[in-house]
Design a protein around this ligand. Structure first.
Ligand code: NDP
Length: 401
């Protein structure tokens, strides 16, 4: 029985609030706090109605303001913070957790606002400070990063002596009926997918032009989809924690229509994060674009189709080469029926809740800052299906990649 503070009331925050509320035996008291309290109030009312959880409170907080966070944490006195606001707030929330003696979990690595740079260095640098205070910080516990790391940990623990090749494949075969929309925060999403591609090979990072490398990949229950090599943050921690990996890549599907819109957005300068002066004020074009694009949290109602995300792994077991594929498929409509939002928010929010459950029930312990693959994957995967994301595995099939 624990008190938990959830920060962020977007699509992912909504799912985390619903999923925590479904488990009052673990999350006995929930506080949902975000910049705009009215959004928290709507989610809290919906989650109470859907689950009957008796104690979901709400608050306003600026998660970039450490004293404000500290005050909120001291007043509510939670055991941990589940941070599902934006990656810009990772460090301020970690600072507030250190100051108040509270554990921490997030789903995306820190990014400075003025540079689209994805690396764990800033958060790994907190390891000693969390360790000294006897606190645990779990980084990247969404789906990717998150479940993809746990899937890799399962492969390493049970199915391989050495992992040599890792390909993470992420397909969204959904249709939300809009000409252009992103499935999670548009600013963070567009920053991520317009950067150069990067993969790891033979001890080095190889850089590509954005979307330069693509190939058809077949996804279970979906079929072949054009998949693009992009950089994704879990590659950094996975090659560090599994040093036998010779090559690690990340593939994501994009439709032609989506890429055409993206190209236009970039060509006319709307993806820029450099502030421009307009009518007496400084505005960041990408932040303005976010304000006019559909809210990812509102895409769910007519969203059809499903996501499929997994790890395709080649390596050696007992001297023999073998292949392994482990994945989850999630239908947008099922996610919407349960939580009122679409599959991408759902596949992120469910693992965040489950990671928190692992911490609060003592399955995942430690002092310091850790990535998910550093914990025992078994208790997490034993529960993942029951909390909404069933997974499957296949041995010695054709990995295509
Ligand atoms: P949204 O944009 O829908 O929601 C973000 C929320 O954070 C909003 O409620 C927003 O408040 C709040 N927020 C922003 N700035 C602050 C601040 N300074 N103080 C307090 N609250 C703030 O994003 P999503 O729900 O789609 O995504 C949430 C997170 O999940 C992101 O970090 C994203 O990168 C991550 N993610 C991770 C994935 C994974 O698999 N690992 C996949 C998808 C997303 P307001 O409403 O006022 O704007």
């Amino acid at each position: 029985m624990s008190k938990v503070l959830i920060i962020g009331a977007g699509g992912v925050g909504r799912v985390v609030a619903f999923k925590c509320a479904q488990h009052p035996e673990v999350f006995s008291s929930i506080m949902l706090a975000s910049r705009t309290k009215s959004k928290c109030d709507v989610i809290a009312a919906d989650a109470k109605k859907a689950t009957g959880h008796p104690d979901i409170q709400t608050a306003a907080v600026d998660a970039e303001n450490v004293p404000e966070l500290v005050q909120l944490i001291r007043n509510f006195n939670p055991v941990m913070v589940i941070h599902v606001a934006l990656p810009y707030q990772d460090l301020t929330i970690m600072e507030a957790c250190l100051e108040t003696g509270v554990h921490y979990l997030d789903t995306a690595n820190y990014e400075p606002k003025d540079e689209a740079k994805f690396e764990y260095s800033w958060q790994w640098a907190y390891h000693e400070r969390f360790a000294e205070k006897g606190l645990l910080a779990v980084l990247g516990c969404g789906f990717d990063p998150g479940v993809t790391g746990v899937f890799t940990a399962r492969a390493a623990k049970h199915h391989f002596d050495e992992i040599h090749y890792l390909d993470i494949v992420d397909c969204n075969a959904g249709d939300h009926g809009k000409a252009f929309a992103t499935n999670f925060n548009p600013e963070i999403n567009i920053r991520e997918i317009t950067q150069k591609g990067r993969y790891y090979e033979n001890g080095q990072w190889v850089e590509t032009e954005p979307h330069e490398i693509a190939q058809m990949v077949s996804y279970p229950n979906i079929g072949p989809k054009k998949s693009y090599l992009i950089y994704h943050e879990e590659l950094e921690s996975l090659v560090k924690h599994y040093p036998t990996i010779k090559r690690a890549r990340f593939w994501m599907t994009f439709g032609d229509e989506y890429l055409t819109h993206l190209r236009v957005i970039q060509n006319i300068g709307m993806a820029s994060i450099e502030p421009i002066h307009y009518q007496g004020m400084d505005i960041v074009p990408l932040q303005f674009l976010k304000a006019v694009l559909p809210d990812p949290g509102d895409l769910g109602e007519n969203y059809t189709g499903e996501t499929s995300i997994g790890c395709r792994i080649r390596g050696v077991k007992d001297g023999e080469e073998r292949t392994y594929y482990i994945w989850n498929n999630c239908k947008h409509q099922d996610a919407f029926d349960e939580t009122g939002t679409q599959g991408v928010s759902y596949t992120t929010g469910v693992p965040a809740m489950l990671g928190a459950m692992m911490m609060l029930t003592g399955e995942w312990t430690g002092k310091g800052v850790f990535n998910v693959e550093q914990f025992n994957p078994d208790p997490f995967l034993a529960k993942l299906g029951a909390v909404g994301l069933p997974w499957e595995e296949q041995f010695d099939g054709d990995l295509e990649l």
